[in-house]
Design a protein around this ligand. Structure first.
Ligand SMILES: [Zn+2]
Length: 414
C-alpha cells in the first residue's frame, strides 16, 4: 500500500474548560505526526486559547501544509448568549446525552442567531491567527442517542414554517409522531446516501429537514469562503447521516472536503456501535421495529463490520468534493477500543478505495493505552506461542509501540 492521502485531527479541548495541553505539547504532538506521515493538512480545535495555535500555525505553514480550525455549529454552543435550542415535537428543548466533557444538546438550525454565533466565535477567537480554513462539526440534529423525540429534529415555529412552505403538513405529521405504532419510520429504499420512506409525508419531512441543515451549512460556508477560508465538513457515516438530517451529496456541493465519520468501534455519539444500538432501542420503544432493514438496504450483516465500511466507501466515491474518511486511531478505554488490526485493516480499505483519510479524532491523546493493549495482546497469545517465543515478541512489540510515530509507521506503512 502506498502512503495514503491524509489529514490529521487533534482535539485541544472544549470551549469552556481549561485545555489539557500547553502550546508546546500541542506543537510537539502534531510535529511528531507530521514528521511521520505525509499529511496534507491539520484540523485542530476547538479550545479558544489562541496561544495553543500561534506557533503551530507557523510550523504547519513552514511545512507547506494547511491548518483548519475545528468549529462545532449546532451543539457545544448552547451556553452562548442568545443561542436558541432546538424544540422537539412535544415542545421540549433538546437535552444532551451528557457524554464525557462534550455538550451534545442541540440548537435550532433555522434561527439565524445560531449561525451568527458561530461566525462571532470564529471572529473573536480565531479570526486573526492565520488559519487556512474552518472545519464545521455538529452540523446536524440530535441522533437517537438523545432519544426518539430529539432525533425527530426541530419543531420550533421557525422550523414548522419551513416545513409548511415545503409541503409538509405539520398537523398530520405531529399526529403520526404521537401515534403508538410507527412502522412508517423504517426506510424502504436507499437513494444514493438518502433513505426513502413509503409514507409520502414522512419521506417529504425527512427531505425538508435535511434541506434545512444543507441551507444553514451552505450559508455558513459562503460566509467563510468570503473570508478567504476553505471549508471542511464533519458528517456522520453514510448509514446514519440522513437520519440526523445530513444529505451528504447536497452538503458536499458547498464544501472543500467532507469527513464522514465511519467509526466502527466508537461506543459513543457518532460511533456506529452506539448509534446503531440507540436507534434500534429508541425506535422499538416508540412503535417501530426496524429489525435489520437498514443493514439489508446496504447489503451488509453488521454496521460495524468491514463489509459495511466497503459499502459506504463505494457510495462515497461519487461525492462531488474530496472525501477524507474519518478513522479512529486513538484508544479510549470503554469508549473507543481500537487496535492494530482495526486501524490497519480500515486504512487499507480506505486507501484501496482511492479516498483520503482523517486520522481521528485526536492524535494528541497519549499512546499509553495502545502500549498497554499490545502488552495484553501478548499475554493472551502466550498460551498459543509458548512463553519463550512470546517474551521475544513482547520485547520487540513494546519497543515499537511507545509513541505515535511508531504506531503510525506500523499502521500506515510509511
Ligand atoms: Zn427550529
Amino acid at each position: 500500500m502506498t502512503a495514503m492521502d491524509c489529514i490529521i485531527q487533534a482535539f485541544t479541548g472544549v470551549y469552556r474548560a481549561k485545555s489539557a495541553y500547553t502550546p508546546s505539547e500541542v506543537l510537539t504532538g502534531i510535529h511528531t505526526v507530521l514528521g511521520t506521515l505525509p499529511a496534507r493538512a491539520v484540523i485542530v480545535g476547538w479550545h479558544t486559547d489562541a496561544a495553543l495555535y500561534r506557533e503551530l500555525i507557523k510550523e504547519v505553514h513552514d511545512r507547506g501544509k494547511e491548518i483548519y480550525i475545528w468549529l462545532p455549529v449546532f451543539s457545544e454552543t448552547s451556553a452562548i448568549p442568545g443561542a436558541i435550542p432546538a424544540m422537539d415535537f412535544l415542545g421540549e428543548p433538546h437535552a444532551g446525552t451528557g457524554s464525557g466533557e462534550e455538550d451534545f444538546s442541540f440548537l435550532c438550525p433555522s434561527h439565524r442567531q445560531n449561525l451568527d454565533a458561530v461566525k462571532r466565535i470564529y471572529d473573536e477567537h480565531f479570526g486573526t491567527l492565520g488559519f487556512d480554513g474552518v472545519f464545521l462539526d455538529k452540523i446536524r440534529y440530535s441522533s437517537f442517542g438523545n432519544g426518539f423525540a430529539p432525533a425527530m429534529g426541530c419543531f420550533c415555529d421557525a422550523c414548522k414554517r419551513v416545513y409548511a412552505e415545503n409541503g409538509v403538513d405539520t398537523e398530520t405529521l405531529m399526529l403520526l409522531l404521537k401515534q403508538k405504532d410507527k412502522p412508517f419510520f423504517a426506510p424502504t429504499a436507499l437513494d444514493r446516501m438518502r433513505y426513502v420512506f413509503d409514507n409520502p409525508l414522512v419521506d417529504r419531512f425527512f427531505r425538508v429537514r435535511a434541506k434545512i441543515i444543507t441551507d444553514a451549512v451552505s450559508e455558513l460556508a459562503d460566509w467563510f469562503h468570503a473570508e478567504g477560508l476553505k471549508v471542511g465538513l464533519d458528517v456522520f457515516a453514510p448509514v446514519f447521516a440522513y437520519l440526523v438530517g445530513q444529505d451528504i451529496g447536497a452538503l458536499a456541493r458547498g464544501a472543500d472536503f467532507i469527513k464522514p465519520m465511519i467509526y466502527r468501534v466508537t461506543d459513543a455519539p457518532a460511533g456506529l456501535p452506539y448509534e446503531c444500538r440507540r436507534m434500534r432501542d429508541e425506535l422499538r420503544a416508540h412503535g417501530c421495529e426496524i429489525g435489520h432493514r437498514i443493514e439489508d438496504l446496504w447489503g451488509v450483516k453488521d454496521f460495524c463490520g468491514e463489509a459495511s465500511l466497503r459499502a459506504q466507501l463505494g457510495r462515497l466515491k461519487r461525492t462531488p468534493c474530496p472525501v477524507y474518511v474519518g478513522l479512529e486511531v486513538n484508544y479510549k478505554p470503554g469508549v473507543c477500543e481500537t487496535d492494530e488490526a482495526y486501524v490497519t485493516g480500515s486504512a487499507r480499505l480506505i486507501a484501496d478505495s482511492g479516498l483520503g483519510c482523517v486520522l481521528s479524532w485526536d492524535v494528541l491523546s497519549d499512546t499509553k493505552d495502545h502500549k498497554r493493549l499490545s502488552i495484553e495482546g501478548e499475554k493472551r497469545s502466550q498460551n498459543y506461542f509458548g512463553p519463550r517465543h512470546s517474551q521475544q515478541r513482547k520485547r520487540r512489540r513494546c519497543s515499537r509501540f511507545h509513541t505515535w510515530e511508531k504506531h503510525l509507521r506500523l499502521w500506515f506503512f510509511v
